[in-house]
Structures are given as C-alpha cells and as structure tokens.
Ligand binder design. Sequence first.
Ligand code: MLC
Ligand code: AMP
Length: 500
Amino acid sequence: MSELLIIKRAMLHRNFIAFKNEFSEQTYQYLLDRSEQLAAQLLENESDLKSATVAMLIPADSDFVCVQWAIWRAGGIMLPLCLSATQPEWEYSLSDSNTSIVITTQELKHEISDLCNKLKVRLLIIESHHAKKEIVLPAIKSTRPAMILYTSGTTDKPKGVLTTHANIEAQIESLVAAWKWQASDRIPLFLPLHHIHGIINVICCAMWSGALVEPFARFDIHAITNRVRQDAYTIFMAVPTIYVKLIQMLESTEKDRRDPIIAGFKNMRLMVSGSAALPATVHDTWFNLTGQKLLERYGMTEIGMALSNPYDGERRPGSVGKPLPGVNIRLKSDSGKFIEVENEPGEIQISGPGIFKEYWNRPQITSESFDEEIWFRTGDMAVIEHGYYRIMGRLSTDIIKSGGYKLSALEIESTLLQHPHISECAVVGIEDETWGEAVAVAVVLKEATALKLEEFREWCRARLSVYKIPKHLVTVAALPKNAMGKVVKKEVNTLFKQSK
Ligand code: MLC
Ligand code: AMP
C-alpha cells in the first residue's frame, strides 16, 4: 500500500508520544491505528472517497489528527470547521464546498445535526473505541486535493482555498528545515484548527517530526503559563495578540509567580510570531521580559509560510526576514515593474510548490489571482531594507486583521445590513493595542430607530463569529459617498477618531 508522506513519517516514530494532556497520552501508533479504523468508517463499502469533501467539527486533541489522517487515507478532502462559528457560517461553508460528509463527536453532534439534515449531508459520529477491522486503503497520489480552508478577502463571502497533498508537504518541509524541528520538540497548541497557523505550522510540522503536542481547548492563559513554568515546551507559536496578552498578564503578576514562568519561556529553543504584524515595541518588551527574541514570519492561507527571520542570525523587530526554503518571491510596483533595489515598495508575489491549487469552484477569481499563471498576488505590500523584507500593509482596506484572523469588511457589512434598523453601513479596522485592528462600523439608521452597542453586539452573536463582531459603533446621518472605496474608508476611520 502506498501511503502519504505524513503517514510514512508517523511510522518512523510509532512509539513516540504524539499528544498529551493532563489525563492521557497517545502514541503515533495510536494515531495510525485509529485513523485507519476511522478511514474504514468513512469509506463504508467504497474503495476510495474520490476527493469528496469531508467537513470536520472536531476539538483540538488527538482525535483531530486521527480524523484528518482518516479523511486523507480514505481519499477525501478535509474541511475543518471553526468550532465557534454560527449556524449561518457553517451552512455557508458546507454548501459552498459541496460537503458530502460531516464528521464530529458525540459531544458536538447536536450542534450540527439539524444542519446536516437540512442539507442532506451524511453525519458520522466518531466513537471512542471500535472493533479493529481489516481494510485495504486506497493509494493516494500527492497531486490529489487534500484540504479546503475558508479565508476572507476582497469578496463578500469567504473563499475555499484548496491545497493538494504535495502543496502541504512542501509547506511542512520548508518549515521543518528552516526552524529545525526535531522529535524532541514539545509544543502547546491553543490556536484554532480551521486555519493554517494551527494546522500546518503547529500540528503538521510536529507530526512530521515525531514531536509532542499538548492541546488546549482555547487560549487558556493560566493553564498554559502553568505548563510553561514546568518547562513543558521547547517551541511556542502564537499570533501577536497572544504575546500582548502574555505581557499584560506577566506585568500584572507578582514576582514570585512570574519568575518561574519567565524562566520557562527563556528556556524554549524557539518562539515564533505571525499571522499579523508584530509591533516592534511588543518584540522589544518580550525580549526585555524573557530574553527571547521572537522570530517573526509572514504567511498566508494560499501560500503557506513565505518569509521568515532566521533561526540562526539576526531577528529584526518589525521585519519578516527572507524567503523560506522553496519559496520564490518578487515585488511588483504600482506601475507594473519588478523591483530590483532596496527601499522601493511593491506587492509581494509568490511562486513555488507550496502555493495552493485553486479557489474552490471559482476559476475566474483563481486565474485573476495569479500573474503569468504561477505568481500568486498576495495583496500585501513590502519593501526590502538591508536585506530583509518589511511588510507595509495591504492593498485593500476591505481586509481587516484582528487577533490574527483575516476578516472581510464586505462580509461583515452584508450581514449587518440584515439588521432591521440599519440602512447603510461601512466596516473598517481601527488600530487596537491588543487585537492589532478592531472591527468598527459606521451605520446610517432607518428613520425613528436607535441602536445601542451592547444590544447590537447581541444581535450579531447569532450571525457572526465572535471575532467578527464590531467592537465600535458610530451612527452617522450619511456615509461618505461610496463608503466602500479605499479613500472614503479612511474618512470613516476619521469618524471614529472624532467620536472618541
Ligand atoms: C475576541 N474578542 C474580541 C476579538 N476576539 N474583541 C475584539 N476583537 C477580536 N478580534 C473578545 C470576545 O468578544 C470576548 O469578549 C473576549 O474577547 C474573549 O474572547 P475569546 O474568544 O475567549 O478570546 P481569546 O480566547 O483571548 O482569543 C484571543 C486569541 C484568538 C488571540 C487567542 O483571537 C485566536 O486564537 N487568534 C488566532 C487566530 C489564528 O490562528 N489566525 C491564523 C490565521 S492563518 P467578552 O466581552 O465576551 O469577554 C494566517 C496565516 C499566517 O493568518 O500567516 O499564519
Ligand atoms: P490569512 O489569509 O488568514 O492566511 O492571513 C494572511 C495575511 O496575514 C497576509 O496576507 C498578511 O496580510 C497577514 N500576515 C501574516 N503574517 C504577517 C506578518 N508577520 N506581518 C504582517 N502581516 C502578516
């Protein structure tokens, strides 16, 4: 049987511990056996899922990897759902991706079973134990599609980013080499598992290397720092908001309790920040607190990780370093010329084996996203300074990065327009010390109506994930004309400054 590379890698580490929490631990052999049995359940009487989409609503523990590998080994495409998404958001992902099976746990099944009935999608509940069944798994070529991740952008609804096994393998191999992953590594996992940061950079790199993952259901700062204090980890990967929260927590903790936590951070061999800009002040404060120089890197769902400060060598605050192994990069100026010199800004374009295959069911948008068919246009601007790339911002003001999540202003606007009191609205990201950017909305109300922030946020809760809900609201008599335009969104931004 010809197995995928990630499975072959796991076979090299059969007896190592792959996952561990307070109560239990699981070896790589366990993951291999369980994923094989789950693959049998998925296949029923078929010999290959033939690239059917299988959505997974699975908490961040060893079962996540068992299900992920089961889908892959059975020939399916995995679509990890955001555990905290709302029903309309799940419905959109399942329908847009033509999902044929949803796989979940006993505990979570009630949350999604009605939706599966409505959409006539098979619902498979994983059991904690099942009898071992002999099974022949299909041979999976690495060119076959492996994963769909939904990502927001400059269209009003999120798009499914489809990657193949070969894309994923290239992304993993690049990071394993650059950051020197080893079987002796131990990493906490607290990032959500519907994005590449958690899936590729943490889980897949660890599983490839025979390392140990300690999962947490959420970013539980006290539980995690308690384990840091016990020197539980060698690597730590987080978004800038998490470092801001850790700094706030450490600065308000008494010395006796704080010092052992700081020692735990100091002892790690690598601490990485990414998914959003890490302010140089946060980089410096973290270094002064812990003696650790955070390694900042830049990536994107469509391309994996592209740029990174070095493992050995200067880690420069405010910069994202140089291209990772296997990544080709060029900068294209507004006028369409390729930039050959330092200090001239241009849009980052990336090519290489890690680049995604296509936006699911969107051939037109896919082809418009590439220059010369192979150079992916990221929409991020950068400049090279003394040999290192520095990210300058995005071409579109309709994209917001909050807490490391990429949000589409247009998607949020189209939901908010369903509010019975709102006749027009413009969503912008405004600078925020903790979240990087916070979602803010300027609304024009219908006649004789009013809107209070807390009630409005409550209304949003049933429709939008928590990180998409506006933190700031201002009501205005009229929006600047064409509020969606780049220049005019700047005016909306100044409205917020005035309203403070
Ligand atoms: C949550 N809250 C927010 C918010 N998110 N407020 C403003 N802006 C936001 N973005 C509020 C909630 O309403 C709640 O308020 C309170 O904060 C706690 O909510 P929470 O969900 O419990 O927060 P917390 O667990 O602390 O979440 C913070 C976080 C999370 C940083 C852990 O945002 C996170 O996991 N971010 C990572 C996302 C990620 O992995 N991105 C990678 C994408 S891939 P109240 O009032 O109810 O208490 C990618 C490519 C690459 O970008 O390069 O990696
Ligand atoms: P996503 O689409 O969720 O994968 O988010 C990718 C986007 O995150 C990129 O296009 C960048 O805008 C942003 N990003 C990731 N890493 C960094 C970084 N280190 N600095 C600035 N922006 C970043």
